[in-house]
Design a protein around this ligand. Sequence first.
Ligand code: DON
Length: 578
Amino acid sequence: MPNTNASPASLPEPRVKPTPGKAPAQGWSFFIFGLLFLSLVQAAERPPAAAVASAHPAATRAGLEILQAGGNAFDAAVAVSAALAVVEPYSSGLGGGGFWLLHRTRDGYEVMIDGREKAPLAASRDMYLDSKGEPVKGASVDGPLAAGIPGEPAALAYLAKHYGRLPLKQSLQPAIRLAEEGFKVTPHYRRMAAFRLDVLRASPGAAKQFLLNSQVPPVGHIIRQPDLAKTLRALALKGKAGFYEGEVAQRLVQESRRHGGIWSLADFRQYRVKERKPVVGRYRGWRIVSAAPPSSGGVVLLEMLNMLSAKDLNGLKPADRVHYLVEVMRRAYADRARWLGDADYVQMPLQRLMSMAYARQLAKSIVMNKATPSSSLDSVRPEGHDTTHFSILDKDGNRVAATLSINYPFGSGFVAEGTGVLFNDEMDDFSIKPGVANVYGLVGAEANAIAPGKRMLSSMSPTFIENPDHVGILGTPGGSRIITMVLLGVLEAVEGRNVETWVSRPRFHHQYLPDVIQVEPGAFDAGLKAALERKGHVLDVKRRPWGNMQAIHWDRREQRVEAASDPRGMGAAQVEPH
Ligand code: DON
């Protein structure tokens, strides 16, 4: 039984699931009745189909292949994560990290596997500031100095060992094949590579792996990654040690240092996955389970839902509804900036932040006809794409929601030659100076300052929602906007709309600072915009939509499973009846 290293999130207890129990001792009739009852309970806990939704069709296929081979949702999560590390190199990878939220049907056990990157031991609070104390442009985003110690390989080994049914070697097989045989460049790949062309060119390892004669390769060009296949094989054969010890680790450290990084072998020896107790709350009869610190996702999500509980949203006119949601987002993100960081390093008032009493008090400060200027909220003062999510449900009802990242598109853009490993630039998720915005425009405070070995605060929010009739599994990439996307998705589910709507609905976002409502193109009509402006809101209508949500809905009442992949992306959602 894995060790539960609970975060200080002491929250409402998870609903206790019926545990397949002992048969009553007296008499056959009791025994038979017991068995019947048990099978009914189990039937209700078993979906009529399995499903995988991920951001890439090849990764979805990898997950289904492992399920068909007898693997459970956790084995499939290993296969999907590793496949995404190969075919979506701009989103996540062995050189990055993530959070895997698990629900095990057998005993209702729920846990978040924290494979978040950690600051190297040689990191220091002001490492991205110049002698005048100003941020050095690009230092926390480009090249190996921007990279935290990867957590994904350790997490995959851990998942297979503690939760899977199949050996790691088997679950990694589809990814190894994809790395060897290659995948086709898509228009999205081209956009991401063009965005990061300079850094990819600056790293000989990255240029060789991801470019063609130092240019963005054309659509249809095959990207083969033999070095990455070798590293995956080392992981498959030796487990965690295959990456964190021996040749691979030595090479990663050597290459990091040769190009201005500060990784050491000690960093690799010390890296551990953590089991975190997920944050759990309630909203209008639904149980919400989401990411614990070092993600801010679950805390901010629950804080927002708690504030929304006090209001009849459906009774509001459209402009008032958006206004109320925006004011709720603003307040919760202000708390994110002020309080949140790595639970292993900072004390956080989590219980208070997620209490109904606090939500009621915050909600009281919302004025219906007027935007609250963010500058009037008591938080820090102000002093910048890609990640991936997948959702899995297996035939036994086991669930995985996982959001994985290397932060910016193609991470730091640096590949350690000979390993195929693309380094993340997750260090930018720290607050590199109090009040200085990161690439997502997020500000932070002392709680999220850099310290050796510390995990940087994340917004990744893999989430489960559940009531007696429904189960939802969802999440998305999108930097600071992840949490509000999950909020909007949850609201769609609670209001009874289908899973396609959860992932496709138009989006808007407020993150406290900058003090604007970010709006997807076409999300608000002219009347709604004018009404919000009259209340004092500033609208920032973006040129591009955002997010790439992958969701599964199991309707227990109708015995139906549906899955959906965000139409903004190129993902694939597939339901497999059994
Ligand atoms: O952990 C985080 O919050 C960020 N590194 C996630 C970045 C992200 O989602 C980029 N996606 N578009």
